[in-house]
Design a protein around this ligand. Structure first.
Ligand code: ADP
Ligand code: MG
Length: 299
């Protein structure tokens, strides 16, 4: 996508009116990435292009490099080789503040400073939008309250983040990322610690942000069925490589699941969404029945 569409997809409020031109949006891609910790190379020679204006889910077994890739896309980890580009520019060359207005990340296990309240944490999401001549404003105030409302955190706004339950804390961090109002949102396991109802709330919220504000979302998810339901594009990783990517119906097949997770399964059709639904087999059950035909539908 051309870079001049980037600013056009950044509307006023976190859940503001539906925006224009679905499918347009920031162009985030990486070429020839080598990512390592000390001498340990985790990812090598990886190319990836994130579909603009869409929701992408990254799936794969523990320790395959999902968080490492996401952190590199967000410039939290400098590549040993290769380049991450946002609208054609290397992210290494984009000033920090500008990058923070365009790309937000929820890391896997964020830690808030001791005693910091929820509302102050969420308010920090606004700092990239402030300048010496324009400090806290009513639009910041609005964005914070809207983000608290959208994540059902209003009643907990004045509690300390480090005193919340895991699920409440996760929602506080999501609220911060929402308040940051970036066209690109990277989320590392946003549903971890959440009970099922809150998992669905968060995924619905992410879908709203995508559909109504055209935000490009990349999220690491463990639940393959949720990935199939909520993502337009699925990237399956194994040992630092992308082994399959595309629509959920093309990627989440019994074969890919076996290759990526070493798990035998059947793929049925989710009765609610029509997307692929994984039924694991395991060692204590027989795979006697005829496999249910996998669906090719992605919606
Ligand atoms: N800070 C770190 N220092 C050293 N090794 C790390 C660090 N973070 C991750 N790793 C290693 O990199 C590999 C990929 O980790 P990660 O990207 O976190 O996997 P995933 O998110 O897919 O579970 C793992 O082998 C992990 O042990
Ligand atoms: Mg991880």
């Amino acid at each position: 996508m051309s870079s001049d569409t980037t600013n056009a997809v950044h509307p006023a409020g976190p859940l503001g009116p539906a925006v224009l031109d679905a499918g347009a949006g920031p162009d985030l891609r990486a070429e020839g990435l080598r990512l390592a910790y000390d001498s340990r190379v985790v990812v090598d020679g990886l190319d990836v292009a994130i579909p603009p204006g869409r929701i992408t889910a990254i799936v794969g077994a523990n320790a395959c490099g999902k968080s490492t890739l996401l952190r590199a896309l967000a410039r939290l980890l400098a590549p040993r080789a290769g380049t991450v580009r946002l609208d054609g520019r290397s992210v290494q060359s984009i000033p920090t503040r500008e990058l923070a207005r365009r790309l937000g990340i929820l890391p896997q296990s964020p830690v808030a400073p001791e005693g910091l309240t929820v509302i102050d944490l969420v308010g920090r999401g606004r700092s990239p939008h402030q300048t010496w001549w324009r400090q806290w404003s009513t639009s910041d105030e609005q964005a914070v309250h809207e983000a608290l409302r959208a994540t059902a955190m209003t009643d907990l706004a004045h509690r300390a983040v480090d005193e919340l339950s895991g699920g409440q804390r996760q929602r506080a961090w999501i609220a911060m990322a929402v308040a940051q109002e970036t066209p690109v949102l990277l989320l590392d396991e946003p549903t971890t610690y959440l009970d099922l109802a809150h998992q669905i709330d968060v995924l619905d919220l992410i879908t709203d942000l995508n559909r109504h504000e055209n935000r490009t979302v990349v999220m690491v998810l463990h639940d393959l069925n949720q990935a199939c339901r909520y993502a337009d594009h699925v990237i399956a990783m194994k040992s630092g490589r992308i082994v399959a990517q595309g629509g959920p119906g093309d990627v989440i097949t019994a074969r890919t699941v076996e290759e990526v997770f070493g798990l035998r399964c059947q793929v049925a059709q989710d009765p609610v969404s029509g997307t692929p639904m994984i039924i694991p087999i395991g060692r204590h059950h027989d795979d006697a029945s005829e496999p249910v035909a996998a669906t090719g539908t992605a919606g």
